[in-house]
Design a protein around this ligand. Structure first.
Ligand code: ATP
Ligand code: MG
Length: 169
C-alpha cells in the first residue's frame, strides 16, 4: 500500500504514528524518516525508544526547518535525506516506511516528484509506504492506494494557544 496523509488540518503525522503502533503490535518493523527536523525530543521519539527495535524514528541528515536562510544548503540537505530514504526503502528491511513531511520537500521543488514515483515503483511489493505533509503532489495522490486529506475545522493556534505537550510534540 502507498498511503498519503495530506491537507491543512492537524493529524497527518499523528495518523502515521497511529498506523505505526498498529503495525508494531503485529510484530512488523516500522521506521519513520523525518524530513523536517524537530526542535525537541518529541514524545513520539521517546515512545519509539520503548518500542525498539520494531519501531524507529530517524531524523534524516542535518534536516532542515522552516526558518531556513540558505536555499542551496536546504536543497543539499533534502538531497542527502532522500538518498538515505531510498537506500532504506530498497534494502527492504522494514514492513512499513513512513516518509514524514516528504510532501514539503517535493512541494518546495527540492526533490523532483518523478524520483518519488520511481521509488514507489521500485519498492519491495509487500512494503507499505506512508507519505505525509501538506499539499501532496497530484501525481503522488494519483499513485497512492489510500489518500486522506485532513481538513482544518478548528485549531487552538487560531486562539493564540501554543503547542501543548502530548498533543503537538
Ligand atoms: P501532527 O503532527 O500534530 O499530526 P500534522 O502532521 O498534521 O500535525 P504539520 O503540517 O506537520 O501537521 O504541522 C506540524 C505542526 O503544525 C503541529 O504542531 C500541528 O499541531 C500544527 N498544525 C497542524 N495543522 C494546523 C492548523 N490547521 N493550524 C495551525 N497549526 C497546525
Ligand atoms: Mg506532520
Amino acid at each position: 500500500m502507498v498511503i498519503v496523509h495530506t491537507g491543512d488540518g492537524k493529524g497527518k503525522t499523528t495518523a502515521a504514528l497511529g498506523l505505526a503502533m498498529r503495525a508494531v503490535g503485529h510484530g512488523m518493523k516500522v521506521i519513520m524518516l523525518q524530513f523536517l527536523k524537530g526542535k525537541w525530543k518529541t514524545g513520539e521519539r521517546k515512545a519509539a525508544e520503548k518500542l525498539a527495535p520494531l519501531f524507529e524514528i530517524r531524523p534524516l541528515g542535518r534536516g532542515f526547518t522552516w526558518e531556513s536562510e540558505n536555499i542551496a544548503q536546504d536543497i543539499e540537505a533534502a538531497r542527502k535525506a532522500w538518498e538515505e530514504s531510498r537506500k532504506i526503502v530498497l534494502a527492504g528491511e522494514y514492513d512499513v516506511v513512513i516518509l514524514d513531511e516528504i510532501n514539503y520537500v517535493v512541494g518546495y521543488g527540492f526533490l523532483p516528484v518523478e524520483e518519488v514515483l520511481a521509488l514507489i515503483r521500485e519498492k519491495p511489493p509487500a512494503m507499505h509506504l506512508v507519505l505525509t505533509g501538506r499539499r501532496a503532489h497530484p501525481k503522488l495522490i494519483e499513485a497512492a492506494d489510500l489518500v486522506t486529506e485532513m481538513v482544518a475545522v478548528k485549531h487552538p493556534f487560531q486562539k493564540g494557544i501554543k503547542g501543548q505537550r502530548g498533543i503537538e510534540f
